[in-house]
Design a protein around this ligand. Sequence first.
Ligand code: IMP
Ligand code: MG
Length: 183
Amino acid sequence: MSQTTTGILSDLERVLVDADTIQERVSALAHEVSRDFTGCTLSVVAIMDGGLFFVADLLREIDLPMRLHTLSASSYQGGKETSGDLKLTWPPDLDLAGQHVLLLDDILDTGITLSAIQARILEQNPASLRTGVLLSKKRRRIREVPAEYVGFEIEDEFVVGYGMDYQGRFRNLPCIGILRPTS
Ligand code: IMP
Ligand code: MG
């Protein structure tokens, strides 16, 4: 009845980034952000659900005053390829005018999601906008998207774990991995 971590890990073909390596890199990014925004109050815009663990770990290591806003974005209809049809749930009262904005997501893939969200944020005239992602798949890019903080550049492979899902599963893996073809 109970599924152990070992049980979930057994769906992986291989681990791409282990939990300790993720934590070390996320800490390093948090220090960069703290240094770059010294003296500012941050307005964090975090994209859910995939960014959940990255955002939680990163923000707890950023030594700055901040406000947190979450929004949901989805472009996958359960598969391993983006449908290109982006659905955004934008908080109705989100006002970023004059704010120092840190936009966070799990993966920068084709760039469709983050380019649309960056454009929408810039319409609100923030004082500054920087973007952080845990993973980037450079070779898949359709839209060029500036991202100042990138955890890891990875190849064009579908990954799960540490917040990222396949058909709603595998978000709770502590590492980032590649699924077995049958999972
Ligand atoms: P983009 O709009 O193509 O850049 O896609 C970005 C979103 O697609 C990310 O925020 C993820 O939610 C999702 N995504 C892209 N690649 C993967 C993957 O390998 N595993 C899980 N989700 C992914
Ligand atoms: Mg996402």
